[in-house]
Design a protein around this ligand. Structure first.
Ligand code: DP6
Length: 329
């Protein structure tokens, strides 16, 4: 007997960043974070449970997953199945899982896919097992796989609250249709730095600036939340850029230091700040990699894109508006 389900989830870009955990095993974040899902990019994952499969099978973009990815997914899945037994939501052993996952965005574009990957995987597992649950529970279980994945479960603009285990999940602050923001992603390098970024959380506390960043995060969260609800672009731009610079200051001063930026990264940051002074609605934010997400309003996006195309070192520009929630197909 086999049971199958397919789910789609979008990656997200954080305005207020998640960096460092209070509890690494449970991925309980040091501070809350706020993000926007990215409609144009998605992961589509099919999970099939069968008693005929001898071991977990994981294929990502047509290739068998490497051993560290398999280890991570196996552990997460065991933990989830155990949790479902404990909660008496699962009675019979479901067998092993075959997981087939595809990303719509170019592999090697350096776009972190663990958020959309674990969000789609969580939903597909619940779907395949025929277990209905609420969004907070899905978000919480996705968080155990990858912290930022909890923000790819709800719709549009999402806030992840710190909480203790089952109270640490993301909820939607506003739907995707709330604000026509555009993320113009300047792809600078295709290198995927995911492993380093995961390990980076473990040593965030070794930076002397992490304590201050975490201590002041609730103020930035409040400003960011209000800026989104009131569609106040300048407030969102100022608080998001500041938060990104604070996270990268921590990254660069932790032990060992993490330098994600390349030459073109700083060129884009500086240019974007100048364009904003000239009146274009745009700001820059960067995750654990060299690529720059230039967030703009719909009306400023064409002019911003035109200017970005003239900056040397940008290999490609991807574009996306705010995305919906993770869903079964
Ligand atoms: C810099 O969620 O990728 O993108 O929990 O180890 O999978 P793991 O980490 P991950 O960390 C994301 C960090 C960030 C900032 C953010 O998205 O908030």
């Amino acid at each position: 007997m086999s049971k199958s389900a397919t789910a789609i989830a979008h990656p997200n870009i954080a305005f207020i960043k998640y960096w460092g955990n209070r509890d690494d095993m449970m991925r309980l974040p040091a501070n809350g974070s706020i993000s926007m899902n990215l409609e144009a990019l998605y992961t589509r994952t099919t999970v099939t449970f069968s008693t005929d499969i001898p071991d977990t099978v994981i294929k990502i973009n047509g290739k068998s997953a490497d051993s560290s990815t398999k280890f991570r997914i196996d552990n997460w899945l065991d933990d989830l199945i155990c949790y479902l037994y404990q909660k008496k939501r699962l009675k019979d052993a479901p067998g092993n899982a075959e997981i087939i996952s595809e990303n719509s965005f170019p592999t090697g574009a350096g776009i972190a896919s663990s958020a959309s990957a674990f969000a789609a995987l969580t939903l597909a597992v619940f779907g395949a097992l025929g277990i209905e649950t609420d969004e907070a529970d899905l978000s919480c279980r996705a968080r155990h796989g990858s912290g930022s994945a909890c923000r790819s479960i709800p719709e549009g603009f999402c806030e992840w609250v710190t909480g203790s285990n089952e109270d640490s999940y993301a909820y939607s602050l506003a739907p995707a249709s709330h604000w026509d923001l555009v993320d113009l992603i300047a792809v600078i390098s295709g290198k995927h730095k995911k492993v380093v970024s995961s390990k980076g959380h473990w040593t965030a506390d070794t930076s002397p600036f992490q304590e201050q960043r975490v201590y002041t995060a609730p103020q930035r969260i409040a400003v960011c939340r209000q800026a989104i609800l009131e569609k106040d672009f300048n407030a969102l731009a100022e608080v998001s850029e500041k938060d990104m610079l604070m996270m990268h200051s921590v990254m660069m001063t932790q032990d060992p230091p993490l330098f994600y930026w390349e030459g073109p990264t700083i060129r884009v940051i500086k240019a974007v700040r100048e364009w904003r002074k000239e009146g274009l609605e745009c700001f820059a934010t960067i995750d654990a990699g060299p690529n720059v997400h230039v967030i703009c309003t719909g009306r400023s996006a064409p002019a911003v894109r035109e200017r970005m195309e003239k900056i040397s070192g940008i290999r490609e520009i991807l574009s996306s508006g705010p995305g919906g929630k993770a869903h079964l197909v």
